[in-house]
Design a protein. Structure first.
Length: 138
């Protein structure tokens, strides 16, 4: 499967609004296009720093702004697309073989990540030129 920037999209998550506050919940397969095998969050990112700067061979992810805001820059090797994440009920789908960078964290920003697989270092592509070679050979 050759993924492109067109496969990346915003997924609206369920939101229940109440006077006492809102709640958003996520169920694998039902609200996202995969079974959720791992959840983690990125926080306390110093101003000017970025996260990500890698792609995954098989893993798919949903990135959600649990608090604050940040930008997600996605790259399929030919095109780039930027998503500004600042709502807890929106997630951006990052399919396999898409390079991602998470930048411009607001103070107190928290990025919640829903992943389709457990952690596997062998699934990471951390060198952009290697990523481009793999994309062009597919």
């Amino acid at each position: 499967m050759k993924t492109t920037i067109d496969d990346c999209r915003i997924i609206e998550l369920p939101k229940i609004s109440a006077r006492q506050g809102n709640i958003t919940f996520v169920e694998g397969i039902k609200h996202v296009p995969f079974s959720i095998e791992r959840v983690y969050y990125i926080y306390d990112v110093p101003g000017g720093e970025e996260r990500g700067a890698h792609a995954h061979i098989e893993l798919m992810q949903i990135l959600v702004s649990a608090m604050g805001a940040f930008d997600v820059i996605l790259d399929d090797g030919h095109q780039k697309k930027k998503f500004h994440m600042d709502r807890a009920y929106y997630g951006v789908l990052v399919p396999r073989m898409i390079w991602r960078e998470i930048v411009n964290f607001s103070s107190g920003g928290i990025c919640l990540v829903l992943a389709s697989q457990p952690y596997n270092e062998h699934d990471y592509i951390r060198d952009y030129s290697h990523f481009i070679k793999l994309k062009n050979s597919a």
